[in-house]
Write a protein that binds this ligand. Structure first.
Ligand SMILES: Cc1cc2nc3c(=O)[nH]c(=O)nc-3n(C[C@H](O)[C@H](O)[C@H](O)COP(=O)(O)O)c2cc1C
Length: 258
């Protein structure tokens, strides 16, 4: 487990450690506590899900793979679900060192979700791609957080009208969601939607990101998020399935979040 330096400004440093001035801490970190103190398989899975309509288009023909009719065993209709995520392949944090990822951890998790839930899938792509290299990505993210940036998205956001639930996934970047997630949630009208945040991380867990979405999206029902350690994402089926079950998300006939 990495050692982290603690001081006034909380920061994920170039050497892969969380830094807030001062003391040394080890193990899982809670951002709020700290702040108070100072390809193939996945591609196949994602390919199995439909691409949602883009903004301005009619969202009504939902998807192949989406539950389109009412569950015969249920009085309420099945939920319409969108899975939107951002992930970065390339040089990544791994067990205190670095590893090159062909597919980002969050994308792996998104693929596992898409295997288990009838949903439309939208991958959020940065117009100015993040570097392959790790340290420059850390530096760019810090700069973007500092100026409260809204990095542009390359692909048009989906039209979210008509979705009952939106799963929103990203890595944890400097104990927050990457700023491009703010770009995303501000570019779509999620009012009235159930939001299910999920993240992958190295040490800091959910990092209060579900609370951030709660603050940013007061018109939404933001559920407790799912946080999965990046290095163990492929072993996360049990936790993932429990989270999906708790939120009544599943395959055709079972998805019924309403
Ligand atoms: C710019 C940057 C900042 C990061 N900050 C944190 C952090 O604050 N806490 C943490 O636990 N992991 C942090 N990480 C590690 C990632 O959250 C983790 O490796 C994640 O699984 C990457 O997901 P991805 O492969 O989908 O991009 C950071 C990684 C990067 C590149």
């Amino acid at each position: 487990m990495p050692v982290t330096r603690v001081g006034a400004a909380l920061e994920w440093t170039d050497d892969s450690h969380l830094a807030v001035d001062g003391a040394l801490v080890t193990g899982g970190l809670d951002r709020r506590a700290l702040l108070v103190g100072a390809a193939g398989v996945v591609a196949a899975a994602l390919a199995g899900c439909a691409t949602p309509p883009t903004a301005g288009t009619d969202p009504s023909p939902r998807s192949a793979g989406m539950t389109t009719g009412p569950d015969p065993g249920s009085s309420s209709r099945p939920a319409r679900v969108l899975l939107a995520f951002f992930s970065r392949a390339g040089e990544s944090y791994h067990e205190g060192g670095r590893r090159n990822l062909a597919v980002g951890n969050t994308k792996v998790l998104a693929g596992m979700i898409a295997d288990r839930v009838d949903c439309d899938v939208h991958e959020i792509v940065a117009a100015d791609p993040y570097p392959e290299a790790y340290d420059p990505t850390v530096a760019r993210n810090s700069a973007e957080q500092e100026r409260d940036a809204r990095p542009a998205i390359a692909n048009p956001p989906p039209d979210v009208r008509g979705y009952d639930a939106v799963l929103i996934g990203s890595p944890v970047w400097n104990v927050r969601a990457p700023m491009i997630m703010s770009t995303f949630i501000e570019s779509v009208d999620l009012a009235g939607t159930t939001i299910l945040p999920f993240v992958t991380y190295a040490v800091s867990g959910m990092s209060g990101i579900d609370d951030d979405y709660r603050r940013a999206l007061p018109g939404c029902d933001v559920r407790a998020g799912l946080a999965v350690r990046g290095e163990t994402v492929r072993d996360a089926a049990t936790d993932l399935e429990a989270w999906l079950a708790a939120n009544r998300l599943g395959r055709a006939g079972r998805t019924d979040i309403a």
